[in-house]
Design a protein around this ligand. Sequence first.
Ligand code: IMP
Length: 429
Amino acid sequence: MSRARHPGSCTVVVGCQWGDEGKGKVVDVLAQDVDVIARYQGGANAGHTVHVGDQEFILHQIPSGVLHPEKRCLLGNGVVLDVAQFFGEFDKLTERGVEPEGRIGVSERAHVVFPFHKALDKAAEQVASSKIGTTGRGIGPAYEDKTARRGVRIGDLLLEDRRRDVVEAALERARERLEHLGADAELTGSLADSMAFLERLPAIATDVGDEIDVALRDGKRVLLEGAQGTALDVDHGTYPFVTSSNTTAGGAAVGVGIGPTAIDQVVGVVKAYTTRVGNGPLPTAFEPEMDERVRTLGAEFGATTGRPRRCGWFDSVVVRYAGRVNGLTGIAVTKLDVLDTLEEIRIATGYRLRGSVHRRFPAGVPDLDLVEPVYETLPGWGVPTTEARSLADLPANARAYLDRVEELVETPIVMVSVGTRRSQVIRAA
Ligand code: IMP
């Protein structure tokens, strides 16, 4: 007998470029219509900036959906949890009147990021001949421990009689690896900081897959929130200049513990241009003057590290690829307003590689380093789009730009964001 399809709805929100596409804003808008929001991968490397009224919230570890009162917020097994960061954000939210108490759950299967993972992350970057440019949040080393089957999970920390031994064994292994890398980090004090939060874990530990399954069977609406972006996926991104998890929509099912058939919609978040922070190829990168101009217009500085983001033209090759890898059912275009003052706007429609033009995204960095984007140039619109609340409110040239994006990416546009505020959004479908 087959399993009955649930009466609820399940939507994945996924980044389609190199992260920083504005997923926080899109999730914030979509979260109004759902009951449960869950993150499925990544850790405190993410930085979600959300503006509510005149307040700005930057969240790294807690899903941005928490800013909607009454919603249940979950962190799935695919997430790596920095316990000190998590409770730091939790307490700050409480101070600012958001009240996360009783609304947040973390999978017992999620792995823990300890201070020694951060020390290992930084030490590995220091000695690497080809640096990834990580966020230094310990993400890679925590996922390494998970895959090597020596990680510590939230469930381990719940067992009072075992946890000291488990953590001390992990600390000892980290010390050996740090010594091997020639790094000298003081670990015991900062580890004590993480351990100070242990008493608060039982109140948040939960079976995330089971909670989502029950919610969907009860007809509730669930949103699965991705961090980073498709081109940073450990399998499908610009390896090795990637993060250490599956950021793509397939990772959503694995990362919360439901089957792929439970997912109904996949919304890809796409910035109206391209940015990248950290090292690795960015085929449509601007020349320095334009880079500076768009970085200033779009405030393109990392929410986690403050690093300037490299900026470039919209690359339909990577977003079309994201369409396939994620099985996108719609795209949300963000930061359209950042392009308001540009005289003309380019879109990469293909890559020239070894004499011929391709629309396929190459698998390897050596090819990506060689590609020359083929551009199409569209006229700018020269007026603000920030007050537009429907597609009809947009200037004709802005609509033409969006139409061309939609056509090249072969996915319908369901939302357009025209500013940082919650209200500055166009629901196109
Ligand atoms: P890690 O995730 O800290 O290991 O960093 C690996 C790569 O992913 C680096 O290029 C980072 O800059 C990038 N990265 C990680 N998290 C984010 C994010 O939230 N936005 C954009 N880039 C990110």
